[in-house]
Ligand binder design. Structure first.
Ligand code: ZN
Length: 358
């Protein structure tokens, strides 16, 4: 039985999202969450997944959302980030079904200082829910890992209570993921705090599951955001097995993998590390840095190959009067970026076993 036997094509929320998450955990694969900043990058992610017959997650960061709305807009009080995230989600909704695959539309890391952005998106979900019986977004991510564990859980619960009745899922983060992303710099934290403890996972699981099962946890197991030269931090995805076993033991559940885990900071991980993570209940892995690079490389290669056609509007090696329009049309050079991004998204899908799942 494939995914399209149990969920429809297009954006999935609520029950359909639950089915998709369970299906991934049961069949031991994870869905890449591609950070998108434009319709071009969204289309590339959708096309990549469609051609592999698999679902995909489109996610918007705070900065990516503001960029989506336009760099010319003020982001005072998170206005541009709210408008951009909502516009991005609406765009995904407008095209997703045409690609014939299940799509999760998600917002990425939201730290405490960015909560007005989160509030704006939840308000948009509530308005959309009123009109359509489902939220605009499939899910959102709250990253309060810089706060105390108590405050982290408490704020998450407040939002979860608003999101659960709409069937909107929450992803939370516990422990510290190293590296730098959207202005949060954790490059200097000590190693001990880079590994979440099983007791913490249980505390979260217990509190959240009293409200809903639509939540996932980004636990720290030595992950680093971005790509860095190999350093002191070591990735230990096998720790996720301990978390699952601990929660399983507390719950006495039938399912040996009760927790939905998310893999942040996966750039540069080995195939083995990714496989271990997926084996232990990771159903989503964030992909940002590597697809940014891929998008750039497509353009760079194009420029290098067509350099002599890109210096003036008219005149190239084929003749002084030859027009260059077909070389500098953005549909041509942006498409080259899309092609290399598509290839990189497909590589992520293959690494995670997200292939032929429809
Ligand atoms: Zn994170």
């Amino acid at each position: 039985m494939g995914l399209l036997d149990i969920v429809p094509a297009g954006v999935v929320t609520g029950d359909n999202l639950r089915k998709l998450m369970n299906y991934a955990r049961e069949h031991k694969f994870a869905i890449p969450a591609i950070n998108c900043t434009s319709t071009s990058t969204i289309n590339a992610a959708l096309e990549a997944a469609r051609d592999l017959k698999s679902p995909i997650i489109i996610q918007f960061s705070n900065g990516g959302s503001a960029y989506f709305a336009g760099k010319g807009l003020s982001n005072k009080n998170q206005e541009a980030s709210i408008i951009g995230a909502v516009a991005g989600a609406q765009y995904v909704r407008a095209v997703a079904k045409a690609y014939g695959i299940p799509v999760v539309v998600h917002s990425d890391h939201c730290a405490k200082k960015l909560l007005p952005w989160f509030d704006g998106m939840i308000a948009a979900d509530e308005a959309y829910f009123k009109a359509n019986g489902e939220p605009l977004f499939s899910s959102h991510m709250l990253d309060l890992s810089e706060e105390s564990k108590e405050e982290n859980i408490e704020i998450c619960l407040q939002y979860l209570k608003r999101m659960a009745p709409m069937g909107c899922a929450l992803e939370m983060e516990i422990g510290i993921t190293g590296g730098e992303e959207d202005g949060v710099n954790n490059e200097d934290v000590d190693n001990a705090s880079l590994y979440t403890q099983p007791e913490d996972i249980w505390e979260i699981y217990k509190a959240f599951s009293e409200i809903t099962d639509l939540f996932s946890i980004a636990a720290a197991f030595g992950n680093v955001h971005g790509v860095y030269a190999p350093g002191n931090v070591r990735l230990h995805p096998e720790l996720l097995a301990k978390h699952q076993a601990y929660v399983h033991e507390q719950l006495k559940s039938e399912n040996p993998l009760p927790v939905f885990f998310v893999f942040h900071g996966g750039s540069g991980s080995t195939e083995q590390e990714i496989a271990t993570a997926v084996e232990n209940g990771v159903i989503k892995m964030n992909v940002d840095t590597d697809t940014q690079w891929a998008y750039w490389i497509g353009l760079r290669n194009y420029y290098e190959a067509k350099k002599d056609y890109l210096q003036t509007q008219v005149g190239n090696p084929e003749g002084e009067g030859k027009p260059n329009k077909k070389f500098y049309d953005p549909r041509v050079f942006v498409r080259e970026s899309e092609k290399t991004m598509i290839a990189r998204v497909q590589q992520a899908c293959k690494d995670l076993g997200n292939v032929e799942r429809l």
